[in-house]
Design a protein around this ligand. Structure first.
Ligand SMILES: *Cc1c(COP(=O)(O)O)cnc(C)c1O
Length: 713
């Protein structure tokens, strides 16, 4: 696609504001709300209709609207200001990385992930893993890391969620038009488009490489939906986590092996290779193959690959770790292992794991064996992972298993409410962006007058209430149902959010164990409580879909109507509205299955305390004053017993601690008790559970050591 043809698709932009186009092609705008405002102000309805996608917006906007802002001096001032920050950002030479590692030159970190959650308009993520990867990329850009990210573009993305009248989840796939997103074909230094080739049984598969700019970082995405691939191969990257195991192994071969080849074609030679979860682990085979082809022995090649590889494991649920039957791997790799100079058995042994159904080639095993540095994503998960993989290190005790932990965080500016950001600007100083991980700075939050913090939170809460109303009404209209009776949220009631993937271990229905007791909590006329649910189940997860249906059907029962609502289509947009608008965030997974969890971190950044099981990140953050715990740090042998015990404790904490704290209000309707929890949540969570701290940890303890360079002389 040449530039000229795309140009013709766009409404011509007046010269004075012409750089709106350039801004649209760098996802820097996705974490700068003042940049998004430049589009929104031109045509607020169209901005919503185009789902906050400036590329689409600029194509659809009417000429008249663009011209109208030219006479608005305030708009033009804001335009100049945003573009000047954008330029400053891109040209900065005093980044944290440059200042901390002035001696490190010419190094590069390649970060591979099957999904990236950058913004709702780019549907190439399904949930927590992708959002974490997107946040990691944004922070790598903010800190000035020499960094490139590699993944897939899925022409049909992850599905959009609809609930039918019975509450059963339907998956809708829309074809993504590449002209609608900020992707451009990646070009080599001599201007050629990059297409990589990967061998699959009996055929070669081709993947075209696109580039999306995320601040200073390039995100390279491969697409197999191109000529001359067979129809089946064109479908290979059509959907995130779609298809059967055969499709999945092929997808992972393209991601790992094709990803390395894409970087080579772009003359990029990373010195650190980071596998975000096991999906991309085939990349280590390709790196070893390159070295063996260059004349090295396999043993030496493997040693070298290990030195420069980093692996992060994300799932303590055994079934969540990809493993393929060895026969399937044999079919896909019989032409490949001779290039490594090893036998079939030696090859299979690189990743062998015995499962109840037979021997498998396990991606986590491959990644662990081929990286010297690896980590889990919270302290508790690190310890669970050391237990899970101890069999790989028979000479070591569980404590000695070399899997460290770096606790997940969130990209602060992606998740903060614009209202809160303005308040923090006033109290933390306008350059707090440079000091997010400074815990002392956040003490200043205590200086915010209670009424001011509460009023600011209410602004976000009102946005959520209005948006929930619109969404519920929209669903009824779609189903041809009566809309006049839409009952929605009450902005004065204690509002509790629960939004996450509907994987069964997250126990979305735990709250309903004793529905009479719950009804009593919700319907107390003096102290009403309401819950907002959202979340998708994997399209093949029937029990997860049943959970959604149960929550939906309960929400239609007397005593729950208007008190429990379910919002369709959980994505980064609803995610933002929820974590910014609710008063409290609920998290009740079956411990210890939640590796970290990040949604509660987003809530606390915005002043919502957590009510959570002591799983994932929460045991590290909880201090008795920044939220509440459900249950204890103990292990159960029986699920029913665990569910019963946790649900009883959940009701108890709601009745005796949470609700009384919220409703201990003064004449102005403000609870000093509650605001104290809000402040403590912000102060303790914002600086620590931010990607600012997290990515610095990755750099210091994993990336720089894996570079194998001296940082001092
Ligand atoms: C933050 C986020 C997640 C991850 O949240 P968890 O707490 O790990 O469940 C998933 N999906 C979306 C859309 C998110 O924004």
């Amino acid at each position: 696609m040449s530039l000229i043809s795309t140009d013709l698709l766009f409404t011509p932009i007046p010269k004075r504001i012409a750089r709106l186009r350039e801004l649209a092609y760098n996802l820097w705008w996705s974490w700068h709300s003042e940049a998004q405002d430049l589009y929104r102000q031109i045509d607020p309805d169209l901005w919503e209709q185009d789902y906050h996608n400036p590329v689409n917006f600029l194509r659809d906007v009417r000429q008249q609207r663009l011209e109208a802002v030219l006479s608005n001096q305030e708009y033009l001032d804001q335009y100049d200001q945003v573009l000047s920050s954008f330029d400053q950002y891109l040209n900065a030479t005093d980044t944290w990385f440059a200042q901390t590692y002035p001696k490190v030159g010419g190094e590069m970190i390649a970060y591979f992930s099957a999904e990236f959650g950058i913004h709702e308009s780019l549907p190439i993520y399904s949930g927590g893993l992708g959002v974490l990867a997107g946040d990691h990329v944004k922070e790598a850009s903010d800190l000035g890391l020499p960094f490139v990210a590699v993944g897939f573009i899925y022409p049909q993305g992850y599905f959009r969620q609809r609930l039918d009248p019975s509450g059963w989840q339907e998956a809708i796939y829309n074809k993504l038009n590449f002209a609608d997103i900020a992707a451009a074909p990646a070009l080599t230094s001599d201007g050629c488009e990059v297409v990589v080739e990967v061998e699959l049984p009996g055929r070669t598969i081709y993947a075209k490489v696109y580039r999306i700019q995320v601040g200073r970082v390039s995100l390279l995405l491969m697409d197999t939906d191109i000529h001359p691939n067979s129809p089946q191969d064109r479908e290979l990257s059509a959907r995130l986590y779609g298809g059967n195991q055969e499709m999945r192994v092929a997808q992972e071969i393209v991601l790992g092996i094709g990803g390395v080849r894409a970087l080579r074609q772009l003359s990029m030679n990373p010195t650190v290779w980071h596998m975000n979860e096991g999906h991309s682990a085939f990349l280590v085979l390709e790196l070893a193959r390159e070295l063996v082809q260059g004349g090295m022995s396999f043993a030496d090649a493997a040693e070298k690959v290990r030195t420069h590889s980093v692996f992060t494991t994300h799932t303590p649920v055994p079934a969540g770790n990809d493993a393929f039957p060895v026969q399937m791997i044999e079919k896909y790799f019989w032409q490949y292992w001779p290039n490594l100079g090893i036998s079939r058995d030696e090859f299979m042994n690189l990743a062998l794991q015995q499962q109840s159904w037979g021997p498998t080639f396990a991606m986590t095993v491959l990644a662990l064996k081929f990286s010297d540095r690896h980590n889990g994503v919270s302290k508790l998960h690190g310890s669970v992972a050391r237990g899970m993989w101890q069999w790989l290190y028979p000479e070591k005790s569980q404590d000695e298993v070399p899997i460290a932990s770096i606790t997940n965080g969130i990209h602060t500016f992606t998740w903060i409410a614009p209202e809160m950001r303005r308040l923090y600007d006033a109290y933390l100083g306008h350059d707090w962006e440079r000091h997010i991980d400074n815990t002392n700075l956040w003490q200043k939050i205590h200086e915010i007058p209670d009424a001011m913090l509460w009023e600011t939170h209410l602004q976000s809460k009102r946005r959520l209430v209005a948006s929930a109303q619109t969404r519920l009404r929209g669903r009824l209209m779609r189903l041809g149902m009566e809309t006049s009776g839409v009952v929605t949220l009450d902005e004065n009631a204690l509002t509790i959010g629960f939004a996450r993937r509907f994987a069964t271990y997250k126990r979305a229905t735990l709250l309903f164990k004793d529905s009479d007791r719950l009804k009593a909590i919700l319907n107390n006329p003096d102290r009403p409580v309401q819950f907002v649910f959202a979340g998708k189940a994997h399209p093949a997860d029937e029990p997860g879909k049943l959970f959604i249906q149960q929550v939906y059907q309960l929400s239609q029962q007397t005593g729950f109507i208007g008190k429990i609502i379910f919002l369709e289509e959980y994505d980064m947009y609803i995610g933002r509205e929820l974590v910014q608008g609710v008063d409290l965030w609920l998290n009740n997974p079956r411990r210890p299955n939640e590796a970290s969890g990040t949604s509660g971190q987003k809530a606390s950044l915005n002043g919502s305390p957590n009510l959570s099981i002591l799983d994932g990140w929460w045991p590290e953050a909880y201090n008795g004053r920044n939220g509440w715990v459900i249950g204890e740090e103990r292990e159960f042998t029986n699920y029913d017993e665990q569910d019963w015990y946790d649900s009883q404790h959940l009701y108890h904490v709601l009745e005796n601690e949470v609700v009384p704290a919220f409703y201990n209000q003064d004449a102005d309707g403000i609870s000093q008790d509650w605001v104290a929890y809000m402040k403590e949540a912000i102060v303790t969570v914002a600086p620590v559970f931010s990607t600012r701290r997290m990515v610095k940890d990755y750099v210091t303890s994993l990336y720089v050591p894996a570079m194998g360079v001296s940082t001092t002389d």
